[in-house]
Design a protein around this ligand. Structure first.
Ligand code: GLV
Ligand code: GLV
Length: 318
């Protein structure tokens, strides 16, 4: 009998085709994440599960996953899975690193451009019929050229973000647990402590995973420490920022603006953010390009193929 695989949301065909070649595959066809009860009942008797970042694979789920050998997460981030408990249960967890780094970095730049040059405000202005004539002081934004870029978290995505600043003559500051001399040399990036990064950067972009250490990494004190003209970009995980503190900082003009692809309680967005002009809000689409989602589907599927064939996965989370 062939192995059974459960896929918690429909992913690109390329991934499903790989799985269907070897296994009996069941896909959640509902256009929404499963509830915990649905999830627990669906993974019963399955050998592998392909999960999304919206699936909470906690102790309760893992305890009931008797037959599951691998959870293949369709994301680079895996804060939705209790990794330690999975390891205790000898269940393999994999993610989809590398293939989405440039795509996510591009979205961080899209947000930075959109906020600094007020692209969404301008678009709404035109569409609402408010544009009556050219105006010399209409929608004045900020230059990106020659500014100081602050990158918090210099993993693959943070570095890809830094790389894309070439051409804008920027000074690059970064903060990371460890220094990377090669990166510093290649991009003329300077490692600084957190305080220095916060008060010297014109634009700050977050590229850390969500862990106990990075939860609310950016709170009231950190926001107070930023320039009044600072723009904060977040394409990592919402809870890296204390959203309530961010709302207050934006309301009180402690910083200039924010570009957010992720939120503390997705898909719920703080209702005050919804009314602010100086923020651009996106529905967690950092890796959402056709090419990259295909690559993610392939990696996630191949991780399952490897493990169910008794081989090492391609990208195991440790
Ligand atoms: C998306 O947020 C991911 O972690 O891949
Ligand atoms: C992504 O792959 C990262 O490690 O930042």
């Amino acid at each position: 009998m062939s192995n059974k695989v459960y896929v918690t949301r429909e992913i690109p065909k390329i991934g499903l085709d790989i799985l269907s070649k070897y296994f009996e595959v069941e896909v959640n066809k509902k256009n929404r994440p499963l509830t915990k009860d649905e999830l627990i009942s669906k993974i019963k008797g399955k050998d592998a599960v392909l999960t999304q970042l919206t699936d909470q694979i906690d102790k309760e789920v893992l305890e009931k996953a008797d037959t599951v050998k691998i959870f293949a997460n369709y994301a680079v981030g895996y804060n939705n899975i209790d990794i330690e408990f999975a390891e205790k249960r000898k269940i393999i967890v994999t993610n989809t690193p590398e293939v989405l780094s440039d795509t996510t970095a591009e979205l961080a730049w899209a947000l930075l451009f959109a906020v600094s040059r007020r692209v969404v405000e301008g678009n709404n202005y035109v569409r609402k019929g408010k544009w009556k004539q050219f105006s010399p002081k209409l929608l004045l934004g900020q230059d990106i050229n020659n500014k100081t870029l602050g990158i918090i978290g210099a993993g693959r995505i943070g570095k890809a973000f830094a790389k894309k600043s070439i051409g804008y003559d920027m000074e690059i500051l970064y903060h990371n647990r460890s220094r990377d001399m090669e990166f510093e040399k290649e991009y003329n990036a300077k490692w600084v402590d957190m305080d220095t990064l916060l008060n010297k950067s014109d634009f700050i972009s977050l590229h850390v995973p969500l862990t106990d250490e990075t939860y609310h990494l950016i709170g009231k004190n950190e926001l107070d420490n930023m320039k009044k003209t600072a723009i904060l970009i977040n394409t990592s995980r919402g809870a890296v920022i204390d959203e309530e503190a961010l709302v207050k900082a934006l309301e009180n003009e402690k910083i200039w603006g924010a570009g957010l692809d992720v939120f503390e309680n997705e898909p719920v967005v703080h209702n005050k953010l919804l009314d602010m002009d100086n923020v651009v809000l996106l529905p967690h689409i950092g890796s959402a390009s056709t090419e990259t989602r295909d690559k993610m589907a392939k990696i996630a599927a191949n991780n399952i193929v490897q493990v169910l064939n008794g081989k090492d996965p391609i990208s195991q989370v440790k």
